[in-house]
Write a protein that binds this ligand. Structure first.
Ligand SMILES: [Fe+2]
Length: 338
């Protein structure tokens, strides 16, 4: 079934679109995405999104294989992300009107088919020239299982397994683009993993609303302006220097200077989509929350039923790898028609 989505071009008024650029400048400094909380207990030696990372390292974004050394490949996808708002916590003052934008809520109603749209989170993403984003689905949420308490790869596995649909809180995402960077198209599989790959250019002040938890998507490479891209470590940051100038630094060492026009800047707005007030209340009450034991037991039982697992439950890292490999079926890697 073809996924519902809306492509908005233009998206905001010209002034409001400029405000989104100013929010990044005022935020001032961005850290790399790979710093998000690490796993504990299950798959604790694995990166949060090893589901997408292993596929990317094996296949690259175009399925042509990835010939680069590990650090370069990791730096290509270790883009810069900050959270502008998470629920009531606003970290980028001035983003509030965007959080509750009526047109966003209305479009999310159309995409999700439900009435009760509750904006939840706004991320800001910056990619430097030469960066791209591996094909993936986003981190979904279930009653009692979310990115604050559950490893991200496990949440993704839960969605693809289909075993936890009755606890799922559907999320509609709006990805919008601001600025003048070249390349970096949003690429996605609206007909499902076995369908054709399509692409939307990341034009200034345009946006797509879609269920990115279900639909595989990625970001094509931002036009590379130099032979190499810097190696991005945990403490590497991208700083706004004023005057349309950004600088990547590791401690006191300058790794790169960029014009605003070189950077791909996107905003992800995510909203919970509840059927009705009762469903929202059930989620807020915590009275129907999944526990990690229940989640793992249910997955294990399914793996045994289908004969994928026999004998004792493997140790955590092997168990995690087995589940991701079994349940997450990445798209056949194919380019969109020109
Ligand atoms: Fe995504």
């Amino acid at each position: 079934m073809r996924a519902h989505y809306n492509h908005l071009d233009p998206f905001l008024s010209a002034d409001d679109a400029d405000t989104m650029l100013r929010l990044a400048e005022n935020f001032n400094s961005f850290g790399p995405y790979a710093n998000e909380a690490e796993n504990e207990g299950i798959g604790e030696n694995l990166p949060q999104r090893f589901d997408a990372a292993f596929n990317y390292i094996a296949n690259g974004i175009d399925g042509g294989g990835n010939q680069e050394d590990f650090k370069t490949a990791a730096s290509r996808t270790n883009y810069f992300r900050e959270t502008y708002a998470y629920g009531e916590e606003v970290q980028a003052p001035g983003v509030e009107p965007f959080m509750n934008h009526p047109a966003l809520k209305e479009t999310a109603r159309k995409i999700s088919g439900v009435e009760r749209i509750v904006p939840a989170i706004i991320f800001a993403n910056l990619l430097v020239p030469g960066q791209e984003l591996a094909v993936h689905t986003d981190v979904p949420e279930f009653r009692g299982a979310n990115r604050k308490v559950t490893p991200q790869w496990l949440l993704v596995t839960m969605l693809h397994s289909g075993l936890f649909d009755e606890w799922r809180i559907p999320i509609t995402t709006c990805v919008s683009w601001f600025g003048k960077s070249k390349g970096g198209a949003f690429t996605f599989y609206p007909e499902g993993a076995s369908g054709t790959r399509e692409a939307i250019q990341a034009q200034h002040n345009s946006a797509i609303l879609i269920d990115t938890d279900e639909v595989f998507h990625g970001v094509e490479r931002v036009t590379q302006t130099r032979p190499d891209i810097p190696i991005i470590e945990k403490s590497t940051r991208l700083h706004f220097m004023g005057d349309d100038h950004w600088q990547m630094r590791e401690g006191d060492t300058v790794l790169g200077d960029y014009d605003w026009a070189d950077l791909r800047y996107s905003i992800s707005w995510k909203a919970y989509c509840f059927k009705d007030e009762a469903e929202e209340t059930l989620w807020r009450s915590g009275s129907d929350d999944l526990s990690i034991e229940f989640i793992l037991d249910r997955l294990e039982a399914d793996l045994r039923k289908t004969g994928v697992l026999t004998g004792a439950r493997p140790e955590p890292t092997e168990f995690a790898t087995l589940m991701v490999g079994h349940y997450i079926r990445f798209p056949r890697q194919q380019m969109a028609a020109e």
